[in-house]
Structure formats: C-alpha cells, structure tokens
Design a protein around this ligand. Structure first.
Ligand code: IPM
Ligand code: MN
Length: 354
C-alpha cells in the first residue's frame, strides 16, 4: 500500500534521529511491499532561520494532506536564554497541535527488562511496569490567555478547560483502558484548582458509562511520587496538558533513558508521531543521540495511522534485538557505545533479515 508521510526533522538532533527512522521505514517498505512517500518540511528554529516563522504555511498544508507526520524535535538554546525573543521554535509545535486538532497525546511507558540495570531506580521497583499516559494536548495553561503588565512587574498564564475538551480526551483514555487492564488514574490538583474539579466532575460522570473500568483519582504531587515508588500500580494515566508534560519526563526514568520513549499525538484527522525527548542541542551533529524513541514512534505511526500491525511488530522486535545485543548509544551504555547511525543500521538490518 502507498502512504504519504510528512517529515519534520526539526532542530538539534532531530535530523539525525529521523534519518534512522526513515531507514527503518524503508526496510519495512521493501520487506512488506509498501510505498512510503516522504515530503520533508520545516518547523522550529530551522524554520525561523529560513522563513522568519516557526511553522510556515507550507508545512501546515503538507501535513494536512499527508497520511501521518513523523517528527524529530525542536528547540534551540539561543531562544531558551532570551526571555524577550519575539518568535520561539516551540510556538511551531504548539500551533501545529492546535491547527491539526491533536488533542490526545499518547505516551506509553514500557519497561525493557534488558535495560533494568540502567535505571537509577531499583529493578524490583520498576520490574513489570507497563502504563500509558494520556495527556491532553491542546488546552490548559499552554493555550490560555497570557500576558505581562506594562511595567513588566507581573505576568500571567490562564488555565482553562471546557467540558467538551475533557470528555473527548477521557474517551481516549477509557477506550484504551478497555483494551488493557481496565484501570484509569485521573491525575489532577483538585484540592487547589477549579479546572481540576471540573475534570473530576466530568470524568466521574463519563466513567459511569464504562462499568468495567476502575477509576482512581490522584493529586499530581502524590502521582509524581507514586510513579517512581510504585509504577506498577498504573495502567492508564489520564491528565491535563502541563501535568502530562512533567510526569512523562519523570516516567522515562523507569525505562533507563528518555531517548527510548515514543509518542503519538492524535485528534480527528492526521496524527503526529514523535519521541518525547527534546532537541538535545549539545549532541547535535555528533552522531551520538539515541534514535530508538524516534524509531519506536515510526512503529506507533504505521500501527495506528496505517493499520500495519505486523510491520510495527517487526520494528519493535528489531529494537528489542538491538537492546539485547547491547547495540546502544552512550546514554545507555558507556563502554562500547555505538553511534546513532550504527544503531539505526543494526535495527534496519534486523528488519530486513526478519
Ligand atoms: C513535549 C515538549 C513540548 C511540550 C515543548 C517542546 C513545547 O516538552 O512534547 O513534551 O511542552 O509539550
Ligand atoms: Mn515535554
């Protein structure tokens, strides 16, 4: 079958890691006789340099007309250290999420037994962890009204949620829970925030339609602790935009490296698939970044957007083979670490040989 993929390599290590995903996808195309047609477009700091804006109209158009979007990372330190910058790379990502209606961010946190020794957490604690964070992605404090007073003495960011926004993401979480262990943990700060109280009201009401699913409510501060103290208790974690951002970086510690985790951002139309990590500018161009999170994002993409389940499994098996063979980048092993391209080549080869 033929699929159109918009490719946004982005900034920092983005181009290097996305190139590995494309190699793996090409191996899938050869092996399973598909055709993947890639259109490369700009977003982030590279787009600001080339066009003055972080998300050019052309990028949005190409993305809208594709079957899926494969994305690397964006961000550049020159903007991070300049609070007065008028345009920022991250605005591109936020805008594409909003424009494409990508309200559901799905971040599976999987424990790799072969890597347990690399986590700073005890193996006995993380063993058997298997949960998915469902993060609301187009609302809350990220998208509320924001501003700074004329005298520069105060600033604000509003957090707003509507019932409609809560219901549609809750449905994603409960539908997923039905295919898993049927347990949803709603993470919020309902002891302080009005928006969290609305979330509780809406989610509880929604849960009545899913009698088989157990709903648990947890404050975010407690959840931050439980995630690394007792991660096995979680199955599906449902939460708002900013809590989900913070908790998924924390959860990546369970797997041993943030470089391993994929994610899918979906809505009603085309979905965007990306690793959860950032652009890691210190490593850009050095061929040392971990490509596995991006390669697993490609697996998630062909599975959920193209329905290529066997093909996605082939990618995951090849990644598992790289892990067992210690064919890993330096974030995971110090001695005998392989380069980004070596890991990409190994996984590509395994797909072809399968
Ligand atoms: C993420 C990132 C983004 C976010 C940034 C780059 C805007 O941290 O996808 O987790 O905060 O959502
Ligand atoms: Mn983040």
């Amino acid at each position: 079958m033929k699929f159109k993929i918009a490719v946004i390599k982005g900034d920092g290590i983005g181009p290097e890691i996305v190139d590995q995903s494309i190699k793996v996808l090409n191996a899938i195309a050869t092996k399973f006789k598909h055709e993947f047609v890639y259109t490369e477009v700009l977003m982030g700091a590279c787009a600001i340099d080339a066009t003055g804006v972080p998300l050019p109209d052309e990028t949005l158009e190409v993305c809208k007309n594709s079957d899926a979007i494969l994305f690397g990372a964006i961000g550049h330190p020159k903007y991070d250290n300049d609070p007065n910058a008028k345009v920022r790379p991250e605005q591109g990502l936020l805008k594409i999420r909003k424009e494409l209606g990508l309200f559901a961010n799905i971040r599976p946190v999987e424990y790799f037994p072969a890597l347990a020794h690399l986590s700073p957490l005890k193996s006995s604690v993380i063993e058997g962890s298997d949960f998915v964070v469902i993060r609301e992605l187009t609302g809350g404090i990220y998208f509320g009204e924001k501003g700074k007073s004329a005298d520069g003495e105060t600033a604000f960011d509003n957090c707003t949620y509507s019932k409609h926004e809560i219901v549609r993401i809750t449905k994603v979480a409960f539908d997923l829970a039905m295919k898993r262990r049927k347990h949803v943990t709603l993470v919020d700060k309902a002891n302080v925030l009005e928006t969290s109280r609305l979330w509780r009201e809406v989610v509880k009401e929604f849960a009545a339609g899913y009698p088989e699913v157990t709903l648990e409510m947890m404050f975010v501060d407690n959840a931050a602790m439980q995630l690394i103290q007792n991660p096995r208790r979680f199955d599906v974690v449902l939460t708002e935009n900013m809590f989900g951002d913070i908790l998924t970086d924390e959860a990546s510690v369970i797997t041993g490296s943030i470089g391993l985790l994929p994610s899918a951002s979906t809505g009603n139309k085309v979905g965007l698939y990306e690793p959860i990590h950032g652009s890691y500018p210190q490593a850009a161009g050095k061929n040392i970044a971990n490509p596995i999170g991006t390669i697993l994002s490609a697996a998630l993409m062909i599975e959920s957007a193209f329905n290529l389940n066997e093909e996605a499994k082939a990618i995951r098996t090849a990644v598992a083979a790289a892990i067992s063979a210690n064919c890993l980048t330096e974030d995971l092993i110090k001695e005998g670490a392989k380069s980004t391209t070596e890991v990409g080549d190994f996984i590509t080869q395994k797909v072809l040989e399968a």
